[in-house]
Design a binder for this molecule. Structure first.
Ligand SMILES: [Zn+2]
Length: 307
């Protein structure tokens, strides 16, 4: 009887330990959805990837909520973009925490890879590196290496997944180059809400103009509107592009200035054709993955500027 009672008690303790005492599945937290997409591709089913900034969210202005802080404190690994993209989260991301590692996925990029930001900002580099697919590959390699260090028993699988993904990114880079090459050089003028496409422009041969600079935190002024209207007017740019993570009001002002001063109508590419700049799209949309985002953007740009 006594032995039976002990077994019963042990079973009860084990059940309790396996019930409410079980910790929630360990997670990796990412800031942007581009990082979450790459991380999930590499981690497969082994890790839960929690993304703080959903579709249409502007990372430059993003302030972490109380629930975000809870997610960050429970994470084993935090992957963020860096180069001051998450301008309002720098303190939170860089604050050391026991049992948690926080890594900027851009950490392996060197000075020669990076574009300068306009003067007067808190950052000296343009943070939008994901629009040169070759630079994004270097970020994906950081994600792979961090996952292997975090979870050595699955490292071989992570390496295989990363290799397949990096190969897809090689193909994507070649695809964007081939598509862009079909547009005559004098038509490759990309006008957007904010200056997110500098790396894209440099990699794929475009001239780029943003109404706002590399951060949306600094508002555009009347002078910016006039300057951009002149570029569009003098070069007869047929279309300008809104972005899913930035309000289109500023660009609308530019277009009415162009109409008034230069007497022609410019198409505002918007709604489901808006470019994905700093965030992926809703699940099921053309921009729900990084590869989908890049492909959507080049296809929309080609169609609008070919006319
Ligand atoms: Zn941006």
């Amino acid at each position: 009887m006594r032995a039976f009672a002990w077994v019963g008690l042990f079973a009860l303790i084990s059940m309790t330990a396996g019930g409410c005492g079980t910790p929630a599945p360990a997670t990796i937290v990412t800031t942007t959805s581009m990082i979450a997409d790459a991380t999930q591709r590499i981690a497969g089913p082994h890790w839960k990837v929690d993304c703080l900034m959903g579709p249409g969210v502007d990372p430059h202005k993003y302030q972490p909520s109380a629930s975000d802080l809870g997610k960050l404190s429970g994470a084993k690994l935090v992957l963020f973009s860096g180069l001051h993209l998450e301008g309002k989260m720098v303190d939170v991301l860089e604050k050391p925490a026991k049992g948690r590692k926080a890594v900027a996925v851009t950490r392996n990029l060197v000075e020669a890879d990076l574009r300068a930001a306009e003067p007067g900002l808190e950052t000296i580099h343009d943070p939008h590196v994901w629009f040169d697919v070759r630079l994004w590959k270097k970020c994906v390699e950081v994600i792979r290496d961090e996952l292997c260090e975090l979870d050595p028993p699955h490292a071989a699988e992570f390496r295989t997944n990363a290799e397949a993904y990096l190969k897809e990114l090689d193909d994507l880079h070649a695809e964007v180059l081939a598509k862009a090459a079909k547009l005559p050089a004098n038509k490759r003028i990309l006008v957007t809400s904010h200056d997110a496409f500098g790396y894209f422009a440099a990699a794929y041969g475009f001239e780029v103009h943003g109404l706002q600079g590399v951060s949306t935190a600094a508002e555009s002024g009347t002078q910016d509107v006039e300057t951009l209207a002149r570029v569009i007017g003098e070069k007869r740019v047929p279309a300008v592009f809104t972005e899913t993570s930035v309000p289109s009001k500023g660009l609308e002002k530019v277009l009415s200035t162009v109409k008034q001063k230069y007497k022609f109508d410019v198409r505002l590419v918007a709604d489901h054709d808006a470019l994905y700049s700093d965030a992926l799209g809703e699940s099921g949309s053309s921009g729900s993955t990084y590869i989908g985002m890049v492909r959507h953007n080049i296809d929309v740009i080609m169609k609008a500027l070919s006319q």
